[in-house]
Design a protein around this ligand. Structure first.
Ligand code: HEM
Length: 138
């Protein structure tokens, strides 16, 4: 018997380095996505990458840096400004799926994280209107 503290999911899958890689791979996909990329701050993609990394680390039992810097996550509210329809959700998830495939987590870890990301992404859909087309410039 040991007195060791329970190991968090964050630690189990490899800690900070693994979350950084996951979100970095994810943003490589987002950068190629014609529907998603216009929603992200062009001047601050690194900042967006850091915010999602901190959030996921905190959610899974890592450091709570996200809340120290950003306050309560309030993800529904923070996404209200973006046009998150089912197409955007599916694109977001497909870039996450690609990123997770590159990580090659153990099957149980993969299933746990993927289940959460799918549920979270579904919960953030805030419109069923089609993606607005960018205005033609004359
Ligand atoms: C469903 C499709 C989604 C779309 C289209 C989307 C889009 C965006 C955009 C455009 C931003 C602003 C980037 C920034 O400046 O930080 C953002 C921020 C963020 N998103 Fe998403 N997102 C989606 C799903 C998710 C999911 C599933 C999660 C969590 C598991 C998530 C977590 C976050 C976090 C933590 C931030 C930063 C919030 C802040 O502190 O300001 N997003 N998202």
């Amino acid at each position: 018997m040991t007195d060791a503290a329970p190991v968090s999911f964050y630690d189990e899958i490899g800690g900070h380095e693994v979350f950084v890689r996951l979100v970095h791979y994810f943003y490589e996909g987002v950068a190629t996505d014609e529907v998603l990329i216009p929603m992200y701050p062009a001047h601050d993609l690194d900042g967006a990458e850091e915010r999602l990394t901190m959030f996921l680390e905190q959610y899974w039992g890592g450091p709570n840096t996200y809340s120290q810097r950003r306050g309560h996550p309030r993800l529904r509210m923070r996404h209200a400004a973006f046009h998150v329809n089912p197409d955007a959700r599916d694109r977001w998830l497909s870039h996450m799926r690609d990123a997770m495939d590159r990580l090659q987590l153990a099957p149980l870890h993969d299933a746990t994280l993927w289940d959460y990301l799918q549920r979270a992404a579904h919960s953030l859909v805030n419109t069923f209107e089609p993606t607005p087309t960018p205005k033609e410039t004359s």
